[in-house]
Design a protein around this ligand. Structure first.
Ligand SMILES: NC(=O)c1ccc[n+]([C@@H]2O[C@H](COP(=O)([O-])OP(=O)(O)OC[C@H]3O[C@@H](n4cnc5c(N)ncnc54)[C@H](OP(=O)(O)O)[C@@H]3O)[C@@H](O)[C@H]2O)c1
Length: 235
């Protein structure tokens, strides 16, 4: 399959890219850290059946660099089967300390850029026999879940991507494409370690990656418009 993963240089996105390559798929892996992308490419080339194609790209710049993105992806893929909007931004700040910059970066990375990524790549998604768009949300962005102080900008941007998922599922209901939002609880990554120093969870990036990978491959065309919490109880 042809797969695109954003936020592939570390954490869940890195594990997910390796996971897909180990299953023999072709992965365009997007992130800003070129050194980490090269290391990831090396790891996939030596240890897996698949092919990893790195793209050094800041998704926040997507509107200015639309042509760069679309030309690159079209050069490598005639169609896209799975798109995982995984890149994320979290800056912890209490409500009264939250700046416009934090709000803008949170919404740009977690909502607006995935919005346009899907829009710009839609022609390639629609060329797949059955495409699947997975938006990575967060438990904090799920209505009724327990909320934590300092995450108002982050969690509301994740709620926005979750609702976008439901909207797209409805708008494209008659097409050969599914949209689902997977909303993790906690995963032991740099993002968690910076936001909640010392906090330990049993869920590793590899475990979450396997959940996302299996769901994206097996549930295309089965599930659509769902916002699915993925917590320790699911492992
Ligand atoms: N870890 C958790 O407990 C947890 C819980 C719920 C949801 N999530 C969500 O899961 C996803 C992955 O999180 P993680 O914990 O793996 O985070 P992470 O370790 O901080 O990794 C984030 C990834 O996103 C990339 N990224 C960030 N901004 C980018 C941009 N503007 N353009 C391109 N790439 C960008 C980073 O790469 P570069 O810096 O190289 O660009 C990195 O590869 C996020 O959406 C996060 O919100 C995580």
């Amino acid at each position: 399959m042809n797969i695109l993963v954003t936020g592939a240089s570390k954490g869940i996105g890195r594990s997910l890219s390796v996971n897909y390559c180990s299953k023999g798929h072709r992965v365009i892996a997007i992130a800003r850290n070129n050194n980490e992308l090269s290391r990831l490419q090396e790891e996939c080339e030596t240890g897996t059946e698949g092919k990893l194609i790195p793209l050094n790209f800041d998704i926040k710049e997507i509107n200015d660099n639309k042509k760069v993105l679309v030309d690159f992806v079209s050069k490598h893929f005639k169609h896209i089967d799975i798109l995982v909007n995984n890149a994320g931004y979290l800056s912890k700040a209490l409500f009264h300390e939250t700046t416009r910059d934090i709000i803008e970066k949170s919404f740009q990375t977690n909502y607006t850029s995935p919005f346009f990524l899907i829009q710009y790549l839609m022609p390639l998604l629609l060329k797949s026999k059955w495409a699947h768009v997975i938006n990575i949300g967060s438990m904090g962005g799920v209505q009724g879940s327990k909320k934590f102080p300092g995450l108002s900008a982050y969690s509301s941007s994740k709620a926005a991507i979750a609702i976008l998922t439901e909207c797209l599922a409805e708008e494209y209901r008659e097409k050969n494409i599914s949209f689902n939002c997977l909303a993790p609880g906690t995963v032991q990554t740099e993002m968690l370690e910076i936001a909640f120093p010392g906090y330990k969870t049993d869920i590793s990036p590899d475990m979450m990656a396997e959940f996302i990978s299996s769901f994206s491959i097996n549930q295309a065309g089965q599930e659509n418009g769902r916002i699915i919490s993925v917590t320790e109880a699911d492992f």
